[in-house]
Design a protein around this ligand. Structure first.
Ligand code: MVZ
Length: 548
């Protein structure tokens, strides 16, 4: 009788040892917990991950391909954590193929590594009848020796591979070794090279993932490292579970506070895909309920538009809903001090949205989970990490250049609608911020708004605080509806999500008559967060967002 590991068990075990620092931090949960973990991974953080994939006949093409795709996902996931190990890729059957050496100049470039992985072909091994695990591990051992030699030649600039690099070996095989002899002596050689037996257990992890129809668990067990309380051999019912495993690593508590992470696989729920998304409900006594959108930016704070509230609104009338279940009470509302909707009324301009941004402070912090987590704010340490840039060298100007290059910048917002079964559905809308030559044409269309007939110069209502999206040039952009107000305008970059704007106002409300195609002058204006950083920094000083 065979028992299988569940994706959850595997991801927990695997992630725990990928970042052994997690346990250390767990045991003394003080304020600096997060930074401690990150520093550990980075500064001490020379790590090699060897991806070794069995391409022999007994594994089969289908299993090979799925294991390869799971590895692509794993590499992407690790890089989205802001961890940049060196990767090596090796396939083997009768003979080993070194596809990527850990010594290669781009071995820590996740995009390059995934491209190499995607190119792997089962058929590249002409001789597939053999499963020569020993030859594969020998090739790997030689790679380590070679790296050590090169590093010594370079004059110890990099910490030598045998002393301070952590080595993680992921071996995906069915364990049906049938040639080359036992691989175990080579494992012993590797351990010797890395002095693993001399109190350095942390420096080598060998994980063996059983793939294929007929897995030889005994052989797999002989290869994996054996540490107390740690499991290193995983056998899942099917390969699909392996992909789930790597996806689920995101669930582990230690990464929950990271910003701008969202599940991006198909089966994920809407809230898992957009875990920062909140609905803000305002129930004014004797009046109907009004709804705005917002974004979770820390355990206590939601960012939204100031125009969602009236001057006289009370915190007790407001609730913040994260998903359908979680309803939060509000402690206080803070609109930007320079927001004055009526500032231009004497000029016949009834509404003026400059500085249309507000913070909603919750009574209790929301516990983060896979459906509840913060989005990244520009010019914070979290965003630097998410952009995979060094901290603290990276400046706010760097963020602005990276997130908002000149031209048409692809961005997105989330529109909440109800489907035929009256269930809430979150829909992604992809737009383009006009941040180049097309900006002034975008802004000029503000005059087409019904309330702006008395506007003589668009700069009266389109201040430097706004981004402009919408229109049909260079492509047709979807538009916002009034109900989208307060929601985040998001840049999706490197599998992370960054809020650059707050949805403020538009020229036409496309939801009012949804049948009609929106006119080319349908534009939308979003408060530019880069222009309110001093206010955010001041109001969020206690939130440990690491504003720079
Ligand atoms: C507001 C709107 C959003 C907010 C997001 C409006 C100008 C004056 Br307020 C719209 C909107 N999207 C489309 C429109 Cl219209 N209303 N814009 N009033």
């Amino acid at each position: 009788q065979t028992t299988y590991d569940t994706p959850r068990e595997v991801s927990a075990a695997f992630l725990a040892s990928l970042s052994e620092t997690a346990e250390e931090a767990e045991s003394n949960r003080t304020g600096s917990e997060k930074s401690k973990r990150r520093i550990r991974i980075e500064a001490g953080g020379s790590m090699n991950i060897y991806l070794v994939l069995d391409a022999s006949d007994s594994v089969g093409e289908g299993n090979f391909t799925q294991a390869r795709d799971a590895l692509v996902q794993l590499v992407e996931k690790i890089s989205s954590y802001g961890v940049f190990p060196h990767y090596a890729i090796l396939t083997f059957a009768t003979e080993p193929h070194v596809v990527l050496s850990a010594l290669a100049p781009r071995s820590s470039d996740a995009d390059f590594v995934t491209t190499q992985l995607e190119k792997l072909q089962y058929k590249s091994h002409a001789q597939r009848s053999g499963t020569n695990t020993r030859a594969a591990l020998t090739a790997l051992y030689n790679m380590m020796v070679q790296q050590e030699r090169e590093e010594l030649q370079r004059g110890h600039k990099v910490a030598p591979v045998a002393n301070s690099t952590r080595h993680v070996l992921l071996l995906m095989t069915d364990g049906n070794t049938n040639m080359g002899g036992s691989p175990e002596p080579v494992v012993a050689q590797i351990r010797e090279l890395l002095s693993i037996n001399r109190g350095r257990e942390d420096y080598l992890d060998i994980y063996v993932f059983g793939i294929g129809a007929l897995v030889n668990l005994q052989n797999l067990n002989a290869l994996a490292t054996h540490k107390s309380n740690e499991k290193h051999v995983f056998h899942m019912q099917n390969i699909q579970d392996l992909r789930k495993t790597f996806q689920e690593m995101i669930d582990e508590s230690e990464v929950l506070s990271m910003c701008g992470l969202g599940y991006d696989y198909q089966e994920a729920s809407d809230q898992q895909k957009h875990p920062w998304h909140v609905a803000i409900k305002i129930a004014r006594p004797g009046k109907g309920q009004e709804i705005c959108k917002g974004s979770l930016i820390s355990p206590y704070y939601v960012l939204t538009a100031a125009h969602c509230f009236d001057i006289n609104d009370e915190a007790q009338w407001i609730s913040v809903d994260v998903g359908p279940q979680l309803v939060n009470k509000v402690e206080e509302l803070q609109s930007h001090p320079q927001y004055h909707i009526g500032a231009l009324r004497d000029k016949g301009i009834p509404e003026f949205y400059d500085y249309d941004v507000a913070l909603v402070k919750l009574k209790k912090p929301v516990p983060f989970s896979p459906t509840v987590r913060p989005i990244c704010l520009p010019c914070t340490e979290g965003a630097t990490r998410a952009l995979r840039k060094p901290h603290p060298e990276t400046s706010c100007q760097h963020h602005e250049r990276l997130l908002l290059p000149a031209g048409e910048v692809p961005a997105l917002f989330v529109h909440e609608k109800v489907d035929r079964q009256r269930r809430k559905v979150l829909e992604r809308k992809e737009v383009h911020i006009k941040n180049g030559p097309k900006k002034s044409a975008c802004e000029a269309d503000a005059k087409k708004a019904l309330i702006y007939v008395n506007v003589t110069d668009v700069s009266q209502v389109v201040t430097p605080r706004f981004f402009c999206s919408g229109g049909i040039d260079p492509v047709v952009d979807p538009n916002t509806c009034k109900g989208d107000s307060g929601g985040p305008l998001i840049i999706h970059k490197g599998k992370r999500y960054f809020q650059v704007g707050v949805i403020s106002w538009g020229v036409v409300d496309v939801c009012k008559d949804p049948q009609q195609q929106s006119p080319p002058y349908a534009r939308d204006f979003h408060l530019n967060l880069f222009t309110v950083l001093p206010w955010l920094r001041k109001e969020l000083a206690k939130e440990e967002l690491g504003f720079m």
